[in-house]
Ligand binder design. Structure first.
Ligand SMILES: C[S@@+](CC[C@H](N)C(=O)[O-])C[C@H]1O[C@@H](n2cnc3c(N)ncnc32)[C@H](O)[C@@H]1O
Ligand SMILES: [Zn+2]
Length: 334
């Protein structure tokens, strides 16, 4: 098989038209390497269950403290290409397999420090076996979803089928998509008495990504599930909160259930970690019939009222704030 060579991060990669490789996923791979380097300070094992050309797994083997990375893809051409990349970087810490990802993961019961799931579309068909392959404590699961239409609330039936959630198009649809994906993973892990919390989550135009960490035991699983909740959102006034209806007299949509806990335990983008999704300033000022104020002015007002704020990568009109919707509105609307 003919191939050409490229460099990504500190790693040389063989690529070929016969095997999947998406240069636009470089951010996905680089953030993964960065996260693994901040989380695992000692040698760890990894499974890149859907490797494609092996770009992510080979980079993990070359750029982190991984002692063993299993590179796996069902496509037989993938194996040959990955062997080339492994030789290019003179790696001794990889094993290359061509199995169905669910079969492979099922053979590694509760034994792996990091599992990466990066499929075409939804990670839902692989999440159960990925959770089972993880060590029950302090292991990390990386899920990529490119079925953003489902998670963003555009394809409602697909969201229901794949993730068991109700979603609608909202101004903060991408954060909600990430939280829905995290909530789904928490429910999958609960079956095995494993709790999950979110280490880091992010969204880009064409994919959503969450990193979750395992916590051993029924108690941990119960505590994690308690944080998977319905988000109530009123499309009329923008009010949102977790829990039960009150002031909006039944006009609130109940979305999810979604993960309502922290999403930045490892805060790679330095954003405020709030329970509610970000507030969309553009929409809110429009609703209030007011001219939008400058971001710094808004931050100053909220700061003077005792709230913390930050910008968010999820939206350029978004502000993260630790106020409730009512408090937020009270501070800015008048
Ligand atoms: C999106 S690509 C992976 C990209 C890769 N992680 C990267 O960073 O370049 C998805 C891969 O999954 C493989 N695949 C699909 N279903 C599979 C399955 N059930 N078991 C193993 N591999 C599978 C495909 O052959 C494809 O190469
Ligand atoms: Zn309302």
């Amino acid at each position: 098989m003919t191939s050409e060579e490229i460099t990504e991060g500190k790693t040389r990669l063989a690529i070929s038209p016969k095997v999947f490789f998406n240069p636009l996923m470089e951010s996905n791979r680089s953030i993964t390497v960065q996260l693994l380097n901040s989380f695992f300070k000692k040698p760890f094992t990894a499974i890149d269950a859907l490797s494609g050309s092996g770009a992510k797994g080979v980079r993990i083997a070359n750029e982190t403290r991984a002692s063993l990375v299993i590179l796996n893809d069902m496509n037989p051409n993938s194996k040959k290409l990955m062997q080339k990349s492994v030789s290019l970087n003179k790696l001794k810490n990889t094993e290359i397999t061509s199995e169905d990802a669910n079969v492979l993961l099922s053979k590694h019961k509760f034994s792996t420090n990091f599992v990466d799931i990066d499929p075409f579309g939804s990670p839902a068909p692989f999440t159960d076996s990925a959770v089972r392959a993880l060590l029950p404590k302090d292991a990390v699961l990386g899920l990529t979803a490119t079925d953003t239409g489902a998670l963003a609330g555009s394809f409602k039936n697909a969201a229901r089928r794949r993730y068991g959630v109700r979603l609608e198009k909202t101004p903060f649809y991408n954060e909600l998509g990430v939280r829905a994906l995290a909530g789904f993973a928490v429910r999958e892990a609960g079956k095995y008495d494993t709790g999950l919390s979110v280490l880091f989550a992010h969204a880009t135009g064409h994919y959503y990504r969450v990193f979750l960490r395992t916590h051993r035991g029924k108690g941990a699983a119960d505590a994690a599930l308690k944080q998977v909740r319905l988000l109530l959102y009123c499309p009329k006034c923008g009010n949102m909160k977790y829990g039960r209806h009150d002031s909006c007299h039944g006009t609130m949509l109940s979305l999810g259930p979604v993960w309502s806990g922290k999403i930045y335990e490892l805060n790679l983008f330095d954003e405020l970690d709030t329970e509610l999704p970000f507030f969309d300033l553009h929409r809110l000022y429009q609703r209030w019939g007011k001219k939008p104020e400058k971001f710094v002015e808004i931050e100053k007002k909220l700061g003077n009222a005792g709230y913390k704020t930050s910008r968010t990568h999820f939206s350029r009109y978004g502000i993260r704030c630790d106020a409730s919707f009512k408090e937020f509105r009270k501070t800015l609307e008048v």
